[in-house]
Design a protein around this ligand. Structure first.
Ligand SMILES: Nc1ncnc2c1ncn2[C@@H]1O[C@H](COP(=O)(O)OP(=O)(O)OP(=O)(O)O)[C@@H](O)[C@H]1O
Ligand SMILES: [Mg+2]
Length: 220
């Protein structure tokens, strides 16, 4: 089940030897349950940082972040772990597949952790992602594009309400990138999830109805 996401004046800075750098300044936006949003912006504009904060991988310095009943700026470490495990699915540019598990086991991994392992949905995903004939293979035996599809399948299999994808097709050629991007959005929509997808590509962002552009940590 998906819930509304609300960010109000979210701020984040990192301290470095040369003093603090302000990475996000007063970022405000909201997303309805089941809505899709693309985030674009130049390198270093704060896109990944924003995604990490929404996914409770990182804390903000100020502002409000709410997802359904969760007040993300006010969670204990345990609650954050529980939130990550049960509410969000994160797709990174690096696939982070488990090398010792085959494709099927990788795809089921997060679903099992979230207690939502659903055989029929998993089988459907493997089929849609073109992975059923590869189910017994290990990550090292897959091409980059195949690993990417496994990473997408693994996230979707757990049926998270909120999917966060950071340059999910960044390592693919333009054509496969478009196809995989479309497939990922379709499957996310079918599962009823909201999705925030970071991309450098205006072309890909154009396939998503809502776009948000970050410039030096601010929404433009
Ligand atoms: N842990 C950290 N410590 C210090 N600075 C950081 C840290 N993480 C990110 N930054 C800085 O924050 C800024 C934003 O980084 P971020 O990774 O969010 O950018 P991005 O928009 O995702 O860029 P890209 O398109 O290159 O992935 C950059 O200047 C980066 O150097
Ligand atoms: Mg980034």
């Amino acid at each position: 089940m998906s819930s509304p996401l609300i960010l109000k004046r979210v701020r984040k800075s990192f301290s470095t030897q040369d003093g603090p750098i302000h990475v996000l300044e007063d970022v405000t936006f909201s997303l309805k349950a089941g809505e899709m949003l693309a985030i674009t912006g130049e390198s270093g504009s704060g896109k990944s940082t924003l995604l990490h904060i929404v996914g409770a991988l990182e804390t903000s310095d100020g502002g409000e972040i709410r997802y359904g009943d969760y007040d993300l700026s006010n969670l204990s470490e345990n609650q954050r772990t529980q939130f990550r495990r049960s509410m969000v699915g994160i797709i990174f540019q690096q696939y982070n597949l488990v090398p010792s598990l085959n494709v099927l086991a990788n795809v089921r991994l997060h679903a099992r952790l979230a207690g939502r392992d659903d055989r029929d949905w998993t089988r459907y995903l493997l089929d849609r992602l073109g992975l059923d004939s590869l189910a017994g293979r290990y990550p090292e035996q897959l091409s980059g594009g195949q690993q990417q599809r496994v990473a997408i399948g693994r996230t979707l299999a757990a049926k998270p309400g909120l999917i966060l994808a950071d340059e999910p097709t960044g390592n693919l050629d333009e054509r496969s990138s478009g196809t995989v991007f479309e497939l990922m959005s379709d499957l996310a929509e079918e599962s009823g999830a909201s999705m925030i997808v970071v991309t450098h590509s205006n072309e890909l962002a154009g396939r998503i109805s809502r776009n948000l552009h970050l410039h030096a940590g601010r929404v433009e």
